[in-house]
Design a protein around this ligand. Sequence first.
Ligand code: NAG
Ligand code: NAG
Ligand code: NAG
Ligand code: NAG
Length: 583
Amino acid sequence: MPGRTQELYLLLLLGLGLGQQETLPPPCESEIYCHGALLHQVQMAKFFQDDKHFVDMPLSRAPEQVLQSFNELAKAHNHSIPRQQLLGFVQEHFQAPGQELQPWTPGDWKDSPRFLQKISDAKLRAWAGQLHTLWKKLGKKMKPEVLSHPNQFSLIYSEYPFIVPGGRFLEFYYWDSYWVMEGLLLSEMPETVKGMLLNFLRLVETYGHVPNGGRVYYLQRSQPPLLTLMMARYVTHTNDTAFLREHIGTLALELDFWAEKRNISISSGGSSYALNRYHVPYGGPRPESYSKDAELADTLPEGAREALWAELKAGAESGWDFSSRWLVGGTNPNSLSSIRTSKLVPVDLNAFLCQAEELMSHFYSILGNDSQATKYRNLRAQRLAALNTVLWDEEKGAWFDYDLENGKKNQEFYPSNLAPLWAGCFSDPAVADKALKYLEDNRILAFQHGIPTSLLKTGQQWDFPNAWAPLQDLVIRGLDKSHSPRTQEVAFQLAQNWIRTNFDVYSRKSAMYEKYDINNGGEPGGGGEYEVQEGFGWTNGVVLMLLDRYGDRLRSGAWPVLLEPHCLAAALLPNLLLSLMLW
Ligand SMILES: *[C@@H]1O[C@H](CO)[C@@H](O)[C@H](O)[C@H]1NC(C)=O
Ligand SMILES: *[C@@H]1O[C@H](CO)[C@@H](O)[C@H](O)[C@H]1NC(C)=O
Ligand SMILES: *[C@@H]1O[C@H](CO)[C@@H](O)[C@H](O)[C@H]1NC(C)=O
Ligand SMILES: *[C@@H]1O[C@H](CO)[C@@H](O)[C@H](O)[C@H]1NC(C)=O
């Protein structure tokens, strides 16, 4: 059976024109959770509201037995199993999702971490205390069965307990975990962070990369690479250089994955530049969104379907699933069927890698390995030159995703266009003030509830009117790098806007959300493939970071402020009025 599967993948790779280096077996061979007739029939029957439900269900017995019963059932019904029988089969052979995880109270959780004392507004301080308490609700640990019977679970066994985002996301996610860890460090929980880091490092040792999330059906793809940064934050917090020394080789291995499997070379002005892209050379619908991907493919000619699925997976790898960013330049930019993620060179991905290269160079010099330190310093210098030449736009004062096929930049607004500022990946300090002008030119400061993900309303969740916590962080901490008081003041006001949105929704709903709709008074967001999720790991992390950074100034009752240039001088006036009224 594995032989046939590999053959199939090889054909598929050739069909995609990707017949290059892939000699490894497909990263997920499960004929239940990743591909095959069982997955197809059950997902297309849509027994559950969300396709993720089925692929999260543990098996009640060994996969060979489940497959054998399925084959017998299929044969008995000439391969078209009636709905009721199929449902009966699922009920008999699968268990409810979430059974393999158990609640876990982090051992290093404690009352009253110090940073709470930096928050002067009493309501915000109480709220931060509640978010700190939420780590106990989001903490999960795997049951021993996952280790003893790994084939009966889609969950990938991880030794150390971890924090999940919440809602439908019962397992850990790669880039989410960075903002979760920032929050955990403020909560003085470095042991929890260390465990999560060890889980990720083990995944790199096993698979060569960090998968999108902790399930086998996520193995084909990664997510924005922030592992090196996670290590940097942990090491800064703890001074644990022994841990760094022990694992630096694994960090290097992860960067090799991006350098070798996600690289692209671009010619410009007679020179060639090496940059990176999101790219997943595997076809087939995403198991956790199977019926949606299959139905979308039905709108295309058969020969185009595998390529569509590969591009959808690359979109998921970008973390921005999905967005106009990946639809630009396609035949129908309003339809997901035009997705062409791998044809774009993303600003944020290259900024994250640039930062990782700088950190690696720094790490290696701390550890006394000068040749490796030089290697990464040179890689960063090359990337900086490539960013300047290929992605930077002097006139607009920002970086833009580069469209490889059309040979031009995508000049739409996205917060990711300022990621190099956040990542410290620039040489001219003036870029922070140019970034402010870029935000003003796009009238981004006119939004009172948060920075929108784009100005395009496509119905995708990584577009207008949704606002996401990590993107607020990218812009706020980017602007905060400026030496100009005005730019720093805007960074603060953006933080105030976001805190107010999160706090107001929390006050009404007692919940934190994955994303917020800034067009609608900052309600929980919508759009995309599934219902908005409560929890929520990275949102909590970003709120704690902002409360730590600006705790002496942030107010729970602050009035919405328009940050248009002419309004900025008056930015403090509403607060003044409010205090007069209260007085
Ligand atoms: C089984 O289904 C195929 C088409 O899917 C059909 O041609 C065939 O006649 C069927 N056989 C029986 C025994 O019903
Ligand atoms: C880490 O080391 C630095 C410099 O030696 C020191 O200032 C800092 O307090 C140390 N931090 C911890 C958590 O030990
Ligand atoms: C990526 O790098 C590998 C080796 O590191 C090289 O063989 C390959 O040609 C590169 N791919 C692209 C598209 O540049
Ligand atoms: C530096 O790191 C490289 C790669 O891990 C290793 O081969 C080399 O021996 C190291 N050099 C020193 C001086 O530690």
